[in-house]
Design a protein around this ligand. Structure first.
Ligand code: CTP
Ligand code: MG
Length: 187
């Protein structure tokens, strides 16, 4: 990999980072009242299930947005340091310069995507916590990318890198959560 390739991967992760936090925090703070309030869909199965809670959504949205605000806070420092090693394009600088509204949209999209993922899982008859390969790892990412793209267009390259990288990061993070006892299953 060239220096430019590594930079592109790093920028992609920096761009989507609030979504990773928004997706991970509910595992820590979730629980309590489910988003669907226990209600069923006409097919007789739960709308989203007990794994999607109001506290998880609120905590994820807040934590993801705060993460982006922190990224905004350190972005000048990051840009200066990177510029001393590589030539940053205008688009790269734009990506690095975090704005709170972008973090909010990315977090919101991540949580909505995850919710839609659970909706789909329930419709095909998968119980809460059952593994749905790729859906479990990508629903939140695609939600984040779609929602943020309306206000903040980004390079297609980032999306491609993230679709490949995110399932690997997601699996590694869940495996660690499982090993330290945060999650009951390693997916
Ligand atoms: N969680 C939450 N609220 C959310 C998302 C997650 O409280 N909006 C918490 C729940 O305790 C959930 C855990 O984080 O069990 C892991 O999240 P996830 O794997 O997305 O949910 P699952 O329990 O696997 O449920 P599903 O089958 O619907 O994906
Ligand atoms: Mg799960």
């Amino acid at each position: 990999m060239t220096r430019m390739d590594i930079l592109t991967v790093a920028l992609s992760v920096w761009f989507i980072f609030p979504a990773y936090v928004a997706n991970a925090i509910p595992v820590l703070v979730g629980g309590g009242t489910p988003v669907d309030l226990g209600r069923n869909f006409p097919d007789g199965r739960r709308l989203f299930g007990d794994g999607k809670t109001i506290r998880g959504l609120g905590g994820g949205l807040m934590a993801g947005t705060l993460t982006g605000i922190f990224q905004a806070f350190i972005s000048n420092w990051v840009i200066e340091n990177l510029e001393s090693v590589v030539v940053l394009s205008a688009i790269s600088v734009e990506t690095l310069r975090y704005v709170p509204s972008r973090a909010f949209l990315i977090s919101l999209g991540a949580l909505l995507g995850d919710l839609l993922g659970s909706f789909i899982k329930r419709r095909i008859g998968l119980r809460r916590g059952a593994p749905a390969p790729l859906l479990d790892q990508l629903a939140f990412l695609l939600g984040a990318l779609i929602v943020v793209s309306f206000s903040f267009p980004f390079q297609l390259e980032y999306a491609i890198i993230l679709v490949i990288l995110t399932p690997l990061i997601h699996l590694a993070a869940n495996m660690i959560s499982y090993l330290i006892g945060l999650k009951k299953v390693p997916w």
